[in-house]
Ligand binder design. Structure first.
Ligand SMILES: [Zn+2]
Length: 277
């Protein structure tokens, strides 16, 4: 599933072409994504000017000139391609948005999603605070308000595992299964440890490791496991930088001990039992 760095990679690529471009046409081949795409999207979006996209958690939001938001959620297997040449539709291409940029260049954004767990929505900017996907999102881990104080408030006597805590979107937005393992490895914290047992210095390490890992992955174009490709078709090269995710039976790069694979809430979890306490 695309996590914060993969979504940010897509968002950055979109920013280069979408910023103030006009929607010249939109074609929808399948509306039944995770939720049904709005009936009149083709009509409502046509001739809208799309402003600079931004990311919130795992969502891409594109404000429009008429004060609407076009939202993309990539779900489990969604991807966005940016096409500037002739293009033959591929299997699972569900939406095609044609754009004309300020410089009179033509592009298309293609939304592809084999499992159809993603979603595209279009709603008034006034409704953004109460949007069902956005209203409960926690702090952005790359922003300044991701602090020790914030984490202490959210922990408040909770006894869930630190890995599940990191993946709880209502606490921190954007971290999923791959990066939770990588962050806890970097922070030397056992993923099974419960959050009420974490001391201030552990929270400091988690914040540092989170920012470090997410930023590094964005710089590498995200992690290409399963469906993620950058919108220009390039791989996300952070896959080569992974230290523990998918590395069971490999040796730990810090201590040479063998990496352990366990299940936490039915999700594969990788860690070094020697380094992570
Ligand atoms: Zn180790």
């Amino acid at each position: 599933m695309p996590e914060l760095p993969e979504v940010e990679t897509v968002c950055l690529a979109l920013s280069k072409i979408v910023n103030n471009s006009i929607v010249s046409n939109i074609e929808i081949f399948r509306k039944d994504l995770r939720w049904k795409i709005k009936e009149n999207l083709e009509i409502d979006l046509k001739q809208e000017i799309l402003k600079k996209p931004y990311r919130r958690g795992k969502y891409i939001l594109i404000p429009t000139s008429k004060e609407y938001i076009l939202l993309f959620h990539l779900g489990m297997s969604g991807s966005i391609k940016i096409i500037s040449d002739e293009y033959d539709l591929s299997k699972h291409d569900h939406v095609k948005i044609d754009l004309k940029t300020k410089e009179n260049q033509f592009f298309s954004i293609i939304y592809n999603d084999p499992r159809r767990f993603g979603f595209i929505d279009f709603f008034s900017i006034k409704k953004i605070q109460n949007h069902f996907l956005l209203k409960k999102l926690g702090v952005e881990p790359l922003e300044k308000d991701f602090t020790i104080n914030y984490l202490q408030k959210k922990i408040h006597n909770k006894s869930k595992s630190v890995k599940n805590f990191l993946m709880d979107q209502s606490i921190i937005a954007g971290i999923g299964n791959i990066y939770a393992s990588e962050i806890l490895y970097k922070a030397n914290i056992n993923p099974l440890r419960t959050v009420d047992k974490l001391r201030k210095e552990h929270l400091k390490s988690i914040i540092y490791a989170t920012k470090f890992i997410l930023k590094k992955s964005i710089n590498f174009g995200g992690t290409s496991i399963r469906n993620h490709l950058q919108p220009d078709g390039k791989l996300g090269y952070f896959v080569q930088e992974l230290q523990v995710y998918g590395k069971n039976k490999h040796n730990c790069n810090k201590c040479n001990n063998v990496i352990t694979l366990i299940n936490i809430s039915n999700r594969s979890t990788y860690y070094c039992s020697y380094c992570q306490k």
